[in-house]
Ligand binder design. Structure first.
Ligand code: SER
Length: 317
């Protein structure tokens, strides 16, 4: 029997592309998109859509029952930069939505859950290079705290209630279809938009701040591969380290210059620099590679090529 999927937060950066990819894979009718608003018109018009506040348990439950959903991807969250402006709202959204979905699985109303964690679970005391799967985790942002606590709850629900929950710690995700909202790694997307529009970019992260990043296609593939893996193969039920590439603003600017020679970058770090300073430079994802065969495809040159090509098409169409 084909699985029937609900994506919560489907209007967002990752949720939207996950929805399109899953619809291609298992059929438009088998993937229900939901979000708190209808702002993403392309998504809303592309198949079944339900207006759902991720904090509303009954709304999620009603939707699950109405559509016979067995699998939920919870992609709604307040990210690191916005979370620092609204700490209590970030805690409320990120934790309430997770409990809503975990409890549906505990009650056996759904069978499987995907919930993303993030490199934000790490903090200033974490080893910065080749950060291991199991290490010191003392996050300093509210977003990071919600993700770390969320990981503990996922493992708890798996161990104690046999909930099939799966998770990866996404690095910064680079994409062109839907804009990100309120993250620290968003600079690596803004830079492409500004390079095309103005040939200059004022970067809110310092020149030599190295962060782990990944192209959207890799992130979506990782998500679906993990969900399709055999449960017995998964040794991690908190969240898997997941790596693509790592680069600094200087390095991405240099790569853009090979396509747009006039491009200039300037630096004006703001509060997001302090957040970036607490995160790893690179991630060791050997456990994901071993357990479910994870491997990234896109390097910085390929990402740059794809971002510029696709964004130029969008601007000129
Ligand atoms: N991209 C996220 C952020 O910057 C990290 O998971 O908040």
């Amino acid at each position: 029997m084909t699985s029937k999927v609900l994506i919560i937060g489907a209007g967002g950066q990752i949720g939207s592309e996950l929805t399109y990819t899953l619809r291609q894979k298992i059929g438009v009718d088998n993937v229900i998109a939901s979000d708190i608003n209808k702002n993403n018109l392309e998504l809303v018009n592309s198949g079944a859509f339900e207006l759902i506040d991720a904090k509303d348990f009954d709304a999620i439950k009603n939707c699950v029952e109405k559509h016979n959903i067995d699998t939920v991807y919870l992609m709604a969250a307040m990210l690191s930069a916005t979370g620092e402006k609204y700490p209590e709202a970030a805690w409320d959204l990120n934790m309430t939505s997770l409990f809503n979905v975990l409890n549906l699985a505990k009650e056996k109303i759904i069978k499987k859950v995907f919930w993303p964690s993030s490199i934000a679970v790490f903090g200033p005391t974490t080893p910065k290079t080749n950060t291991p799967q199991h290490t010191i985790m003392e996050p300093t942002t509210v977003y990071g705290i919600t993700k770390q606590v969320g990981e503990r709850w996922c493992e708890y629900y798996h161990k104690n209630y046999n909930v099939d929950v799966r998770s990866v710690r996404y690095p910064g995700i680079i994409s062109w279809k839907t804009l990100p909202g309120g993250g620290t790694t968003d600079y690596a997307i803004d830079i492409f938009h500004q390079a095309i529009a103005n040939k200059t970019y004022e970067c809110f992260i310092n020149a030599d701040t190295e962060l782990p990043m990944m192209f959207m296609d890799d992130a979506v593939r990782a998500t679906i591969d993990l969900m399709e893996a055999k449960g017995d193969d998964l040794s991690i039920r908190s969240s898997y380290n997941l790596a693509g590439i790592s680069f600094t603003p200087t390095e991405i600017a240099q790569t853009i210059k090979t396509h747009i020679s006039e491009f200039q970058i300037t630096y004006k770090p703001d509060f997001r620099q302090q957040i970036a300073d607490t995160w790893p430079k690179s991630i060791n994802d050997s456990v994901a590679r071993k357990d479910w065969g994870w491997e990234h495809n896109f390097d910085l040159e390929q990402i740059t090529n794809e971002m510029l090509t696709q964004l130029i098409k969008t601007v000129t169409s």
